[in-house]
Design a protein around this ligand. Structure first.
Ligand code: PMP
Length: 416
């Protein structure tokens, strides 16, 4: 017939367009103001993005030296000689890659050393390193396989994704609101659909956009009453408190938080994530956390860098220097007339209008200060802000320059 003789193929059920209209989806994001972009090429750093430990060169962006107040490298350790050397040594002795899952041949002394130090800082039996904080959240929550999860409304995206992946019923409570959590625990206890099974309460300790702190002690009280477990994500706190711990240690809650989780990529100056807890938890995760079991072990240089950074966080004056800078900037910005809420190293300089926040960030950039505008949908409408995060390595004159820029830029844009 026509088909066999090379003519037109008769139409069939397979005919159609089943591809992906990515350009259309991106245009849609653009229309809804949700479009994300990598930095333009002239804003890509040529050198370490961070104020050097002792004078020296500042990062060059756009052909000029600029001060970066936009990093999670809170202790300024990513280019510290001792951390760099630890990473280089590990690469030389152990190799640049783990080469396999930790459960096969990817386990090394470098990983064990890191985990011992993390467990000590977190005051737990053991710790387990993951390839990122994201992987730690997703692997851990899915492995716990809770029936019901109570989650703070501003929890990090990796927790949100982990909750979805776990298949649990997720009950979102108001941000940092222990009363709302109590009410929702009570409702769930009365609801035949959710009253039984295993319950997990999960929260960030320090929230990355507001720099505020979860009411952990109240959360632990409620969890104990309900017999639920508590999991705390200390990504933005690990390494910044006594002994290199986080808010859980500051509040004396190491014995009451079942799962302490964090990242190696912020104060610990490296890459990777971890979970700390008792022997049973860690032994279970080694078996059941799929992002641990089926993923190559953390690279040895990353593990060694984080371990050295944690050691330095514990034993040097880096933390004191950071907190002094935070207080200096908070006071200075407040004196200028800005509203700067929160109690941590993350300083949200509230502007309100998204256009004003963008204009202020640009005006700061023109004055050599890099600090991003954070706007909806990342934060609620009307609460756009500049997120300022100093580093322990910023010198006094760097902080002065930041305040000068905020004074001039704020007047130029009309927000002061
Ligand atoms: N949790 C929180 C609260 C975070 O801020 C982040 C990182 N932005 C993560 C988890 C993920 O950590 P990582 O970058 O190591 O994947």
């Amino acid at each position: 017939d026509e088909y066999e003789s090379g003519g037109a193929r008769p139409p069939g059920p397979l005919d159609g367009d089943r591809g992906f209209d990515l350009a259309g989806r991106l245009a849609d994001r653009e229309r809804r103001d949700l479009r994300r972009e990598l930095s333009p090429a002239d804003r890509v750093a040529e050198r370490a993005q961070f104020a050097p430990a002792s004078g020296g060169d500042l990062p060059v962006l756009d052909g000029e030296e600029r001060l970066v107040f936009a990093s999670n490298n809170y202790l300024g350790l990513t280019n510290d000689d001792r951390v760099v050397e630890a990473a280089a040594d590990a690469a030389e002795v152990v190799g640049t890659g783990a080469g396999a899952s930790r459960l096969l041949t990817g386990d090394t002394l470098v990983h064990r050393d890191l985990e011992d130090r993390l467990a000590e800082s977190k005051q737990t039996d053991r710790a387990l390193a993951f390839s990122s904080g994201y992987a730690a959240n997703v692997g851990t929550i899915a492995a716990l396989d809770p029936d019901v999860i109570f989650s703070d409304e501003y929890n990090h995206a990796s927790i949100v994704d982990a909750c979805r992946l776990s298949g649990a019923e997720v009950i979102v409570y108001d941000h940092c609101d222990a009363e709302d959590l109590a009410a929702k625990l009570g409702d769930a206890a009365r609801d035949p659909g959710t009253t039984d099974g295993s319950w997990l309460i999960v929260t960030d300790s320090v929230f990355s956009m507001d720099g505020d702190v979860a009411p952990l002690s109240d959360v632990c009280d409620l969890a104990e009453q309900a017999g639920a477990w508590v999991m705390v994500d200390e990504a933005h706190a690990t390494g910044l408190y006594e002994g290199g711990g986080g808010i859980v240690q500051r509040e004396g809650l190491s014995d009451r938080v079942d799962v302490q989780l964090g990242t190696l990529s912020k104060a610990l100056a490296s890459q990777g994530g971890f979970v700390a807890g008792d022997d049973d938890l860690i032994e279970y995760l080694v078996n059941a956390a799929r992002s641990f079991v089926f993923s190559t072990g953390l690279t040895p240089p990353a593990a060694a860098a984080a371990s050295e950074a944690l050691h330095l966080a514990r034993t040097t004056d880096r933390r004191d220097r950071l907190w002094r800078s935070v207080e200096f900037l908070r006071e200075g910005l407040t004196d200028l007339g800005y509203e700067v809420p929160g109690e941590t190293q993350i300083l949200p300089v509230l502007v309100g209008d998204r256009g004003d926040a963008l204009a202020l960030a640009d005006a700061l950039y023109d004055r050599g200060v890099v600090a991003p505008a954070i706007r909806p949908p990342t934060v609620p409408e009307g609460t756009s802000r500049i997120r300022v995060a100093p580093m322990a390595t910023h010198a006094a004159h760097d902080l002065e320059r930041c305040l000068d820029a905020f004074r001039e830029a704020g007047r130029e844009v009309g927000v002061l």
